[in-house]
Design a protein around this ligand. Structure first.
Ligand code: 3PG
Length: 306
């Protein structure tokens, strides 16, 4: 019987795990569960005899592919797949997929949770500020960016977006102002919400030039990846601009240096964007179904290493 491993350092909710297990069992496959593992070795051991793996931000590197001799497919239950070594997967003939859109709403809602938290001084009794009538720039208009834009409209914000891969008409049809370049977006908007995936071109792309061009009250919220920010520039911004604020769902490597900017800096200690009951269920069950469709019918929809 083929084996499907759920390997999650940060587990799905119990109900979601039961649903995923149900889908796998129903299809006639065996489900193996590995949660909160304490070392890569533990993950490697569990992966050694399975045909498929469901992961979240769990790292699937060369070592995993080396030990997992039966592996045919890895599905990242979520959007970003920068944690999977795609080149090795392709070399070994392993299909890699993500589950686009399944956790987007959860991430988008957290953007506003963090923005309101920052704007209200961490709820410390001090006088805060409102989002209404302020300009927000959505940096990348994918599944999450689009929901952030629509929620921002509900807050009464003026919404702008930049995405070189999305047709301007699609953005404008949503009632969002299209910006040709990232530089235009940053220089116009007090608030910037980052939704760019991590790639060679986006690594450290949010640099001093972009950040320092932001207007008074400059606030960046990052629910994308920590690596898209150039951290020395981030530190410089905090030092030079007392109005600058940064909220992130992924602690930066320079977190100790930013700790002194309480009130202007906020980071979740665990990545919380996709951690809702709904997102766990949507992404986890979608991952299981994608694996079954692939193993049973060869369906490669959502493959990212073609
Ligand atoms: C994603 O890429 O889908 C998000 O970053 C969520 O990551 P997580 O599943 O590890 O919470």
């Amino acid at each position: 019987m083929k084996k499907i491993l759920i390997a999650t350092d940060k587990p799905f909710s119990k109900v979601a795990v039961q649903a995923i297990q149900g889908v796998i069992k129903e299809a006639g496959y065996e489900c193996v569960l590995l949660e909160k593992y304490t070392s890569p070795a533990e993950f490697h051991k569990a992966a050694s005899d399975v045909d498929a793996i469901i992961i979240r931000s769990d790292v699937v590197d060369k070592d995993v592919f080396k030990v997992a001799k039966n592996l045919k497919i890895v599905v990242r239950a979520g959007a970003g797949y920068d944690n999977v070594d795609l080149a090795t997967a392709t070399e070994k003939g392993v299909v890699v997929m993500n589950t686009p859109g399944q956790n987007s709403n959860a991430v988008a809602e957290l953007v506003f949770g963090m923005l309101v938290y920052l704007n209200r001084g961490g709820f410390d009794g001090s006088t805060g500020s409102e989002l209404r009538n302020k300009k927000i720039g959505i940096h990348a208009y994918g599944y999450v960016g689009r929901i952030v834009a629509l929620i921002a409209k509900g807050f009464g914000m003026k919404v702008y977006a930049h995405d070189p891969f999305v047709d301007r008409v699609l953005i404008e049809n949503d009632g969002i102002k299209f910006e040709e370049t990232a530089a235009d977006l940053f220089s116009k908007c007090q608030y910037i919400s980052l939704h760019i995936p991590l790639s060679k071109t986006t690594r450290e792309a949010i640099n001093y030039e972009l950040m320092s061009s932001m207007p008074e009250g400059a606030t960046i919220v990052n629910t994308a990846r920590k690596e898209v920010i150039h951290e020395p520039s981030l530190i410089k911004m905090f030092e030079q601009r007392p109005d600058f604020r940064y909220a992130t769902d992924i602690e930066p490597d320079c977190k100790e240096q930013l700790a002194k900017y309480k009130g202007r800096y906020f980071a979740t200690s665990k990545k919380m964007g996709a951690q809702t009951a709904e997102a766990n269920m949507n992404a986890g069950v979608a991952a299981a179904k994608q694996i079954i469709n692939f193993l049973d019918k060869g369906d490669t929809t959502f493959q990212v290493n073609k």
